[in-house]
Design a protein around this ligand. Structure first.
Ligand code: GLC
Length: 743
């Protein structure tokens, strides 16, 4: 046997042994081995994220020249705002020309859909349907991953109690319990069976933290709150996301009690990485690192980079602070290589988990992209959750559902024929806008022989009344009028705070004009936030809050209008009577002078010019049928901490339509130090009941449901009386009784 054959066999054997050894190496071992090969400059490059060329989702900081060249030099670890197999492949090919061929991470705001747009997250939250919410994220991930995206900057899990804040549309509303369940559902949806699967994208819990508590509801504004409020209200959804295995966190633009989140070590290191044991990585939010100069927290990007990396911020989105300053900070001994290695290690770990080192192009399959995008089952799922997100606010004289034997329906309003608007904010332009179903198109498909009349009536914000006469005229010709009113989709979202959240323009005057026709009127309200519309609420017989429902908006609205789907959604956020009531939320403290009712203003905590109660309460939503709650029973009326109490009650459908009810469980700790809210959501069940059908619903009380944080931030319980309240809304309690915690 010649030497050449022997040496070939030896090389094959040796390389297969090496390969086997490598593949059998654990990810931590691979990360350590790679770190040892990397120069400091290459390590810093992994901490640097640039915006792609697709579009900017924030103010462009400074030009960095040719990004592909920077990638080839190993100066970039991730690119955001880039979609599509073809486009991402070009950037990945550049990364494969770098010395160590470390693959790029492609990140994108896949917030509520990718090709098929789903309802905005706040709308989906109104469904209280965790399976549907998870499925929505699952489909978004499947489509995004087919388009070359590795990482979505979602779910946004910020608790929001202020509807002036435009980003209320992006989260799950005001409640920590509901918000935590939804955070879990969305992380599971996006990450599916785990990173590395070709239909999974890495999720990102954002914005860490308390961004939704911006003073005045003004985006990016300061946040000032007690640590107990932080732990009780704003952290739970983030903890739920971490427990659900979310791959990354994104910090937030706001300062929290004077420390910008991007440099907040208490949040990013003490809580997230140490107490919660989070192993993923933290990315800053669009330039937030550099914005600490504006905050007045640092004097330049050099100090910003130092503060951020030492606080636990791993990746720098778009501020260029790390790429331009970390090497000098290491030379100046302001930042240790150990800290940099820790950050780089977290990022490389995720790239290994996504399988990008074994095949950097594994998400770049053009055939899969074509096969997966806008698949029929995705469209069907979008319609399903859209129907489940529509809240029935009012339905006097059972005006709804509509009969299919009506002669004519007048469709009036600026949003009747709108299509792209149905996507709302944070929607991508990947899908074909022709696929979006407007209300008009949905009604055309559902109305059968009923004649549809149309008039726009007015614009969304314009003050012209020129279209009123035409609207009144066609209303007079119709059996029923359906009005599609609301905001523009760009009136709620990032940097879209409104000081006045009334229905914009002259829309409410148009509603009055049409009501003067004497015809039955149904108003559909489309917005990304709670709006104020008191005259409409008080005078129009039927009102549906439809948010922004995405691609299948028109079909979902038609299904609900005709009763093909009986609405069951419940508000995930309180609707104020006016801006003057804000902040207003259901889980408030009682105060020393609680108003006993809306008229009790005699030395009570009340307004003398407005009832204290909201226009619509958290958890409120009607059905075409009715439900009876009865027969509340407890397994026992006192418990030790180590025990539980099982409560049961009967829920009956007392109407004539099959329907779902979201039965809500609230608890109140009657005497505690510190004090506790007048009620807190601790459970719910969404139950389908046929007409006349009764089901027994149970709910188990354990000590975790009774626990709270004391001023030392210890999670404790205190013995004493608790009140259980079961209801159809936070202000519609049907059954209640007390029980005792005895130790
Ligand atoms: C934006 C948003 C953030 C988003 C990021 C990237 O400013 O605050 O939610 O993920 O930039 O687009």
């Amino acid at each position: 046997m010649t030497i050449s054959i022997k040496s070939t066999i030896f090389i094959c054997l040796f390389s297969s042994i090496i390969n086997t050894a490598y593949t059998q190496q654990s990810i931590p071992q691979k990360v350590d081995a790679l770190l040892k090969k990397m120069t400091l400059a290459e390590k810093i490059g992994q901490l640097n994220q640039y915006n792609g060329d697709w579009e900017a989702t924030g103010p462009i900081t400074t030009d960095v020249g040719n990004k592909l060249d920077a990638i080839k030099r190993g100066e970039v670890g991730s690119i955001l705002n880039i979609v599509g197999v073809q486009h991402t492949k070009v950037f990945q090919e550049a990364a494969m020309q770098s010395r160590l061929k470390i693959p790029l991470l492609f990140g994108q705001d896949v917030i509520h859909g990718y090709g098929v747009t789903f309802p905005i997250p706040l709308a989906e939250a109104a469904s209280w349907d965790m399976a549907a919410i998870e499925k929505s994220a699952r489909i978004a991930a499947t489509e995004a991953a087919s388009g070359g995206v590795h990482w979505t900057f979602a779910p946004m899990v910020d608790i929001a109690r202020d509807p002036r804040w435009g980003r209320v549309m992006e989260g799950a509303g005001e409640d920590p319990y509901l918000g935590s369940l939804i955070a879990t559902a969305r992380v599971h949806g996006f990450q599916g069976m785990g990173l590395g699967n070709l239909d999974a994208v890495m999720a990102c819990a954002k914005h860490f933290t308390a961004y939704g508590a911006a003073i005045g509801g003004r985006d990016y504004n300061s946040v000032d709150m007690s640590l107990r409020t932080l732990w009780e209200i704003y952290l739970p959804p983030f903890k739920a996301a971490a427990d659900a295995g979310v791959g990354t966190f994104m910090n937030s633009f706001n300062d929290l009690n004077g420390i910008p989140a991007t440099a907040n070590r208490y949040l990013q290191h003490d809580i997230l990485k140490e107490k919660w044991g989070f192993k993923g990585f933290v990315v800053s939010d669009w330039g937030s690192m550099g914005e600490m100069i504006n905050h007045g927290y640092v004097k330049d990007n050099y100090e910003a980079a130092e503060a951020a990396i030492n606080a636990g911020n791993d990746m720098d989105m778009e501020s260029r602070s790390y790429i331009n300053n970390l090497a000098k900070l290491v030379a100046d001994k302001k930042v240790s290589v150990k800290v940099i290695d820790e950050a780089v290690g977290r990022i490389l770990t995720k790239k290994y988990e996504l399988g990008l080192f074994s095949d950097p192009y594994r998400f770049s399959d053009a055939d899969r992209e074509k096969r997966v995008l806008n698949a029929p089952e995705h469209v069907e799922a979008a319609k399903d959750i859209a129907s489940k997100s529509i809240v029935l606010l009012k339905n006097e004289h059972q005006l709804l559902p509509l009969s299919k034997t009506l002669n004519s329906i007048a469709l009036i309003g600026p949003l009747v024929k709108s299509k792209k608007e149905m996507k709302g904010f944070w929607a991508l332009n990947v899908g074909d806008e022709k696929e979006i179903v407007s209300l008009f198109e949905g009604m055309q498909q559902a109305a059968g022989k009923t004649k549809l009349l149309y008039a726009k009536g007015c614009d969304i914000t314009d003050t012209s009344r020129a279209g009123f006469a035409e609207a009144y005229k066609i209303a007079m010709q119709a059996d029923v009028v359906i009005m599609a009113m609301g905001e523009r989709p760009d009136m709620t979202g990032e940097a879209k705070s409104r000081s006045d959240i009334h229905l914009p323009g002259v829309q409410e005057e148009l509603i009055k004009e049409v009501m003067a026709s004497g015809k039955p009127v149904v108003v559909l309200l489309m917005a990304g936030r709670p709006m104020v519309f008191n005259w409409t609420a008080d005078h129009v017989p039927a009102i549906l809050y439809t948010w922004w429902l995405g691609n299948q908006a028109g079909n979902a609205m038609a299904d609900v209008l005709y009763g093909d789907y009986n609405p069951a959604a419940k508000l995930p956020i309180t609707f104020p009577r006016t801006e003057g009531q804000i902040p207003i939320y259901y889980n408030h403290f009682n105060t020393g002078r609680p108003a006993r009712n809306d008229n009790d203003v005699n030395y009570t905590s009340a307004y003398i010019d407005l009832p204290n109660s909201p226009k619509y309460a958290f958890g409120y939503g009607l059905s075409y049928t009715t439900f009876k709650y009865s027969n509340l029973r407890f397994s026992k009326k006192s418990m030790l901490k180590k025990e539980t109490i099982t409560i049961s009650f009967d829920l009956q459908n007392t109407g004539k339509y099959p329907g779902e009810e979201v039965a809500q469980f609230y608890l109140r700790d009657m005497v505690s130090q510190p004090i506790r809210p007048v009620k807190e959501l601790k459970g719910f069940q969404k139950v389908m009941l046929q007409p006349g059908e009764t089901k027994t619903i149970t709910f188990i009380i354990d000590k975790e449901k009774l626990a709270f944080y004391n001023d030392q931030l210890e999670r404790i319980t205190q013995p004493g009386e608790f009140r259980l309240m079961i209801g159809s809304a936070s202000d519609d309690i049907r059954l209640q009784d007390s029980f005792e915690l005895t130790d």
